[in-house]
Design a protein around this ligand. Structure first.
Ligand code: NAP
Ligand code: GLV
Length: 309
């Protein structure tokens, strides 16, 4: 029986150990850097791999991301041929849809403006519009984007979505392909990014996209910091092309104290908290993937290493 390596600077292994051990009583969970003999390790649970990589673990049969995303693993640097899986967790999915609904409603009901006006003691009326007259565009309509689109729809918004492959989702106007993103942006007063970060999506939130959106639209980035072209955002906000941005993810986290985003009145910053998974709810799929890896079976939520997500 092999041992499972746990390596994360963000996650607490002692939160994972009890729910995993309940499901796999003979589990041997070893926490980096005290992993004993490298050849014992046959599965790695990681947020980021150790700085020296995972190459020393010659018996590795699976790499299990402790997040929904896998860009932080740098798939190109992982041992070739070892399958990689990511987390798909109901708690995480529900929390993400909730965060995105909150961000959309805040702009829809102009709370961003009232927050600023209340500091200025300014009594200024903005006539509310029904949500049915507001379109929200979701970039990436996979697990998280799909749940977010459904929640927005259930709350009365018109919803569009953009994906790599063409999709058909009841009540959601779906776009795909390189021109699809701009067609979707042209309709969307609020754009939410829920894409994985890959070579194709890096920097996709840029001037070209902002120019395609209706004047004064809003951006919500909950994908990854690398999706946003930071230099394009500030001129878009300062010129009024964009009305505001809610950013949960950044190129460098924690966002450095001196970063220009902190002081911008139209940027709301949250510290990568849009959604997190729960060890209790995610443990069953992790344990199932350990069993599958040891039995040589395909993993649940296996990542396509060539596509990068
Ligand atoms: P997912 O199920 O794999 O969905 C990804 C979606 O993006 C799919 O619809 C996919 O299209 C689309 N996509 C990928 N590459 C594309 C491209 N080049 N052009 C157009 N569409 C593209 O992933 P998920 O579970 O929803 O997670 C999405 C991301 O959310 C994660 O990768 C992570 O970065 C981020 N995240 C953030 C937080 C946070 O707290 N801020 C928490 C969890 C996750 P297809 O459907 O055609 O494949
Ligand atoms: C968090 O950002 C995740 O990928 O789960």
């Amino acid at each position: 029986m092999g041992a499972v390596l746990f390596c994360s600077n963000l996650d607490d292994p002692e939160e994972w150990r009890p729910p995993m051990t309940r499901l796999m009583p003979d589990l041997e969970l070893r926490v980096y850097p005290d992993f004993g003999k490298a050849e014992d390790i046959d599965v790695a649970m990681v947020w980021r791999p150790p700085a020296e990589g995972l190459g020393q673990f010659k018996s590795l049969k699976a790499i299990l991301s402790l997040g929904a995303g896998v860009d932080q693993l740098d798939l190109t640097k992982l041992p070739p041929g070892v399958p990689v899986a990511r987390l798909v967790d109901d708690v995480l999915t529900t929390a993400m849809a909730e965060y995105c609904l909150l961000a959309a409603l805040r702009y829809h009901r102009r709370l961003d403006v009232y927050e600023r006006n209340s500091r200025l003691k300014k009594w200024e009326y903005h006539i509310p519009r029904p949500a049915s007259q507001r379109t929200v565009g979701v970039l990436g309509i996979g697990v998280l984007g799909g749940a977010t689109a459904a929640k927005l729809k259930a709350n009365g918004f018109k919803v569009c979505g953009w994906s790599r492959s063409p999709k058909s989702i009841a009540g959601v106007e779906c776009f795909s392909g390189t021109d699809g993103i701009y067609k979707m942006a042209a309709k969307s007063e609020i754009v939410i990014c829920l894409l994985p970060l890959t070579s194709e999506t890096r920097g996709i939130l840029d001037k070209k996209l902002f120019d395609a959106m209706p004047q004064g639209s809003y951006l919500v980035n909950v994908g990854r910091g690398g999706h946003l072209n930071e230099d394009d955002l500030l001129p878009a906000l300062d010129s009024g092309r964009l009305g505001g941005a809610t950013l949960d993810v950044f190129q460098k986290e924690p966002l450095p104290q001196e970063h220009r985003f902190w002081n911008h009145p139209q940027i709301l910053i949250t510290p990568h908290v849009a959604s997190t998974g729960g060890a209790e709810t995610a443990a069953p799929q992790v344990v199932e993937n350990i069993r599958r890896a040891r039995a040589g079976k395909p993993l649940l939520n296996q990542v396509d290493r060539t596509k990068g997500y």
